[in-house]
Design a protein around this ligand. Structure first.
Ligand code: CA
Length: 547
């Protein structure tokens, strides 16, 4: 390049300078585009902000995201709450905490419409007892116990049928400084009377079995205030739970678990490492609990090569419909795979010898957990940002899963689905990377984790494709959008590529951190932001590529 063209070029702007008036400075000092508040909301809901990124503290990231959520609520209360519900219910996010936090922000918002929509959505977003407690812990920091909140909490309890409610009450007895007794008392106890079973259960929660009137009734005290509540109406699971607390015999405990659908949270500490008990727990274990307890079950001898337990677990991991119905998130599978193959727990001293069939089934489950993955038949350039910042933080606070590892894993799913793709990796320069679709996820993780760190230039994939005259219908760039090192902005490189190749190539930016930054020009219909590790990302990408 000539000296003058280096000093000024009409179509190439150094990334350290704004190329258009609407660009903003990212945390690395480069200029990029800014996401709308609604797009930020989706990034926040999926990726969360409780872990720091390379550039931003968790506190700063959370504050900025919370402000964006509040602005979105201000502009469109109903639509914003609808997005929170949709992301939460569809299982697009690896963790529920950001949705619960956003819902609490809405429940304390100055706008009546936002508060009403949020409180009405409580049972939809906070589906478990743990979610409810987490919501209460946040919302009580933000607002008082007005009538609306009391009613919403009452509705959380009365809208569930009594067996489902008993299950939640036993499985999550206390979290985040709240118990069901606290919640019911704060809600004001005016629970309405949905059924005799509900009344008995509420009494059991707030006052214990003694208050259920059994004794009073047997003594003939029919006028006692407890006598109206019928102990016999208590769900059977409550009695089974009490019996489980009383026993020390694994055989008896296993029978109680089997016959009453009890979960590992309900098992007393003394029986927590019993193989017999876990063998019983395994049968109806919810999918997410199963993923989290594969190591434990292997350590206790439930899962061994060729065991009935292993056969059943492998069959469940290979069942895509079941994985999605249980809202198993691909990132949850990735974390399970990473932990399980390591042979030791992240915390504590538990160790196990990984069963190879289970490792293989987890590999399969990862692809299956993404929603609606189908080939588009388009020519794709998959470009991984492997710069230093991508190897730093952990996605959604998930242990060991850096944006770098997460990007490679996501790209692998696309490579296994699509026919025509090329893959490249870049920092401030292109980096050689050899990934192929038949490679195990474990191997991909190891390979990508070992790459050296470096600066960032997100224009590199487009420049490379142009230099090599490689025809692509779309570039999929996995990045944290902290680009700053290049002599040209990524969108400028894409414009040159489109023109020189005569292909209206699209750009999909897979955002791997919950910042407001994007290399995608927001008003270019040929560019799309998707959220990294959104379980629905492959579906959105495919739809956009086909359009
Ligand atoms: Ca970087």
């Amino acid at each position: 390049m000539s000296r003058y063209a280096r000093l000024f070029h009409p179509f190439r702007t150094p990334q350290g300078e704004a190329a258009t008036p609407d660009q903003v400075r990212n945390d690395a000092g480069g200029y990029v585009f800014e996401l709308s508040d609604r797009a930020r909301l989706e990034r926040f809901l999926v990726l969360g902000s409780d872990a720091p990124t390379y550039y931003a503290k968790a506190r700063t990231l959370t504050r900025d995201n919370a402000r964006a959520v509040l602005r979105a609520l201000d502009a469109d209360p109903a639509g914003t709450v609808a997005t929170i519900i949709e992301v939460s219910r569809s299982g697009r996010a690896p963790k529920q905490s950001p949705a619960i936090f956003a819902l609490a922000l809405a429940a304390a918002h100055p706008k009546d419409e936002a508060r009403a929509a949020a409180l009405a959505a409580l049972p939809a977003v906070c589906r478990t007892g743990a979610h409810l407690f987490e919501f209460l812990a946040v919302v009580t920091e933000l607002r008082g116990w007005g009538r609306g909140l009391r009613r919403a909490v009452c509705r959380w309890y009365t809208s569930k049928d009594v067996d489902a409610l008993a299950y939640q009450v036993l499985k999550y007895r206390q979290r985040a400084g709240f118990s069901h007794r606290d919640a019911l008392r704060l809600a004001g106890g005016a629970m309405g009377s949905r059924s005799e079973g509900h009344d008995a259960l509420f009494r059991w929660i707030t006052a214990g079995r003694e208050a259920l009137g059994e004794r009073e009734v047997s003594r003939g005290e029919t006028t006692s205030r407890y006598a109206a509540v019928n102990a016999a109406a208590l769900p059977a699971r409550i009695g089974a739970f009490e019996a489980l607390q009383a026993t020390r015999r694994p055989q008896r405990a296993a029978a109680l678990v089997r016959e009453n659908g009890l979960t590992h949270e309900m098992v007393p500490a003394e029986l927590q490492s019993s193989r017999k008990v876990w063998d019983a727990l395994r049968v109806d274990m919810p999918m997410t609990a199963m993923l989290r307890n594969l190591g434990r079950m292997t350590s206790y001898g439930v899962l061994t090569q060729g065991s009935e337990g292993t056969r059943a677990v492998v069959a469940r991991l290979r069942d895509g419909a079941r994985l999605q119905k249980a809202r198993v998130h691909p990132l949850g599978v990735l974390v399970a795979l990473n932990t399980y193959r390591s042979g030791k727990g992240v915390r504590g001293s538990l160790t196990w010898k990984p069963v190879p069939q289970i490792v293989a089934a987890l590999e399969e489950a990862f692809d299956l957990a993404f929603h609606g993955v189908e080939p588009t038949g388009k020519r794709l350039c998959l470009a991984l940002d492997v710069s230093g910042s991508m190897g730093f933080s952990e996605i959604a606070g998930m242990t060991g899963i850096t944006p770098r590892v997460g990007s490679a894993a996501m790209a692998l799913t696309t490579m296994r689905t699509e026919e025509a793709w090329s893959i490249c990796a870049f920092a401030s320069e292109l980096r050689p990377v050899t990934l192929h679709p038949r490679m195990a996820l474990s191997e991909v993780i190891d390979r990508v984790s070992g790459l050296p760190f470096g600066g960032t230039d997100c224009a590199k994939p487009m420049q490379w494709a142009l230099q090599q005259r490689l025809p692509f219908d779309g570039f999929v760039v996995y990045t944290d959008n902290e680009t700053c090192a290049g002599r040209e902005h990524p969108f400028e490189a894409l414009a040159r590529y489109r023109q020189a190749m005569g292909i209206p190539a699209k750009l999909i930016v897979v955002g791997m951190t919950a910042t407001r930054f994007s290399i995608a020009k927001q008003d270019d219909p040929g560019m799309l932001d998707v959220v990294g590790f959104d379980a629905a990302a492959p579906r959105f990408m495919a739809r956009f590529l086909r359009e």
